[in-house]
Design a protein around this ligand. Structure first.
Ligand code: SAJ
Length: 416
């Protein structure tokens, strides 16, 4: 960071002299808080869950993410990171709370509202307030500003408010939180510049400035772009099935064209980001987002296609045993939110097409009790049909000889 910027924004931008209050210690808040603590900021994290707060204060973590346990332990042991149930005064507030959608796909902004209201009594002149949660257009200006900024303080002069959407990929969070380029959109130019100066203290990628609305939409566009591309691949997977050709081969060949880059089909699209965020754009302007809506619908229908396909194959066995491999939403994470793999297992169990045996090396029975989980070896040995749903590294190692003895449904193309 340049001396000029330090001079301009005073002590706020010197980590050792700056305090940060992170609201929400989940997949984004906890890695961000611990990275900032490691950089020398005085970090206080707030979460409404008592178990989360206690776990972190013991130097442990409540989520699965490579290397996060080490970083949190060292941040807590060094005294740079503490957690609690209420916000507290700080130079910088970062809101990292969930932004889910309701059953009708409208955004549920209650967590952002609660967080903004909660920090309001602690906000002082000179503070910077950042919304990192992925949010529908105008959330920063229409919700965060009115609820978080105390009466009488002018945004851009007394307090500074910006949206800086998180862009990290689960499984690579600690790397990406530092290395990714960041988009920072302030409510005013001063807000943008102040937030940029903050991110430049710990981000090695470029920190790109814009306004709050453009930053909100940019984030939603990134995830919608990926959803549309995956929907195209999922549609192709059904079309090629019906034509009797291999979708993976077709995509591999098409991607040899210098201007074609199709993503991979799968059992559907899950997680709390790509399967949710495009709806925020659709909700903002339903009449002008038919493609984004259709992509969501195509991806949401894919699990049902897999269920019907497996049910058809099961008819050849008198007492079919169906082995389902993986329930998390993607490879090598422990996250089952919006998981199409889990939806498929549930659907097969509900359809009564045979005995369903499920395994997932990332999910322990202590944490998941909806149905019994077995060891991979057990599932392989006992099943007539093996359905690969999540491409965990453990499943890639299943010997081809074993697979030759089974009916195989490989939704991810890892056993080709
Ligand atoms: N998937 C496919 N085919 C593919 C790629 C992914 O079926 O070719 C599926 C995955 O299996 C999974 C879902 O899509 O079910 C989403 O997985 P993902 O790895 O694409 O993305 P997320 O949800 O884990 O993280 C995304 C990332 N966004 C983009 O890559 C544009 C991440 O950078 C964001 O920070 C994150 O959303 C977020 O928090 O918004």
């Amino acid at each position: 960071m340049s001396t000029q910027t330090e001079g301009r924004f005073g002590k706020t931008m010197v980590p050792g002299e700056t305090s940060v209050c992170v609201i929400g210690l989940g997949y984004i808040g906890l890695p961000t808080a611990s990275v900032l603590a490691t950089k020398g900021f005085h970090v206080y994290g707030m979460d409404v869950r008592a178990d989360v707060v206690d776990t972190i204060n013991e130097g442990r973590i409540h989520i699965e993410e490579p290397d996060l346990d080490m970083v949190v332990r060292s941040a807590v042991n060094s005294g740079q990171l503490r957690a609690g149930y209420e916000p507290q005064a700080a130079d910088i507030f970062i809101l990292c709370v969930p932004t889910p959608h309701r059953p009708d796909h409208s955004p549920d902004l209650s967590y952002v509202e609660q967080a903004a209201k909660a920090i309001r009594p602690f906000v002082q002149p000179g503070n910077l307030i950042i919304l990192e949660s992925t949010s529908p257009p105008r959330t920063t200006e229409d919700i965060v500003v009115p609820l978080a900024v105390p009466d009488g303080m002018k945004v851009g002069e007394d307090v500074f408010v910006a949206h800086c959407p998180e862009r990290v990929l689960p499984g690579r969070i600690l790397l990406e939180v530092v290395q990714n380029d960041r988009v920072v959109g302030g409510v005013t130019n001063n807000c943008t510049e102040k937030a940029q100066a903050f991110y430049e203290t710990f981000v090695t990628g470029k920190v790109l400035g814009t306004n709050a609305l453009a930053a909100e939409v940019t984030k939603l566009v990134e995830n919608s772009y990926r959803d549309v591309n995956i929907a195209f691949a999922n549609e192709l997977s059904i079309l090629t099935d019906r034509l009797g050709i291999d979708v993976w081969e077709v995509i591999e060949l098409a991607n040899r064209h210098p201007r074609v880059n199709i993503l991979s089909p799968g059992p559907g699209v899950g997680g709390h980001c790509i399967s949710v965020d495009p709806w925020f754009l659709v909700h903002a302007d339903p009449d002008h987002t038919p493609l984004i809506r259709t992509a969501r619908e195509v991806n949401d229908k894919k699990p049902q296609y897999v269920i019907e396909h497996v049910a058809e194959l099961a008819k050849q066995f008198a007492s079919p045993k169906i082995g389902c491999l993986g329930i998390t939403y993607k490879a090598d994470v422990d996250d089952i939110r919006e998981s199409p793999s889990l939806d498929i297992v549930r659907g097969l169990r509900a359809a009564n097409v045979g005995e369903v045996l499920t395994c997932d090396p990332y999910i322990s029975s202590a944490r998941f009790n909806e149905f019994e989980l077995f060891d991979l070896e057990d599932v392989i040995e006992k099943s007539h049909i093996l359905v690969l749903l999540t491409d965990h590294r453990h499943f890639k190692k299943v010997p081809r000889k074993v697979l030759q003895e089974k009916v195989v449904v490989d939704t991810r193309g890892v056993w080709r």
